[in-house]
Ligand binder design. Sequence first.
Ligand SMILES: C[S@@+](CC[C@H](N)C(=O)[O-])C[C@H]1O[C@@H](n2cnc3c(N)ncnc32)[C@H](O)[C@@H]1O
Length: 208
Amino acid sequence: MDNNEKIRKRYDRASSFYDFFEQPMEIMTLKKWRTEVMRELHGDVLEVGVGTGKNIQYYPDNINVTAIDFSEKMLEKAREKSEKYNKKVKLIHMDAQNMKFPDNNFDCVFTTCVFCSVPDPVKGLKEIKRVCKDDGKIIMIEHERSENKVVGLLMDMFNPLTLNLYGANINRRTVDNIKNAGFTKIEVTNLKGDILKKIIIHNFKNRC
Ligand SMILES: C[S@@+](CC[C@H](N)C(=O)[O-])C[C@H]1O[C@@H](n2cnc3c(N)ncnc32)[C@H](O)[C@@H]1O
């Protein structure tokens, strides 16, 4: 089984307990940042890695959202949420590393806690760059490895656990991956220590 398939299957399995397990993080911090992200969005919007649809209830009514995930089981939960909250969203089974959208298609792209688990993060980020319009905006709430020596080491130690349970790496260096994908105008704000970050990227494709 290739790595993509392995991670996808882990999320299929996690779909039944994901919301329950994530509830403490949701209450402590994420809920606030999910609503904050929504204020940044306009026009045609792509959510990458929609998961069980935790952002759906916060989608403003004046944007058109397409949301993708490569786990069918996570998408099923997202479909339930779109019905529950009566939100119109195009939910599509698709791999972020190989998107079927044309170039320059979305005004905004956003992710929340996704690039810890995309098997080839730089490939996925390059795809986001491609499908987001030139001058478009990419908003990400992502966690990454702490630069604190002790905390960073602990994250390395516990990484195999979260990777096996969920498919999520807690020790990824996502901001470095964003730079490696070719983005240059990146604003990073620390939200919780140096682990949880809000990242805004201005997608200037045709300029150096
Ligand atoms: C930790 S969950 C986060 C879900 C949601 N964004 C949230 O805030 O709760 C990561 C999600 O990214 C999805 N994912 C990971 N790699 C992906 C890929 N290559 N293509 C599409 N979805 C992917 C997983 O299936 C999972 O649903």
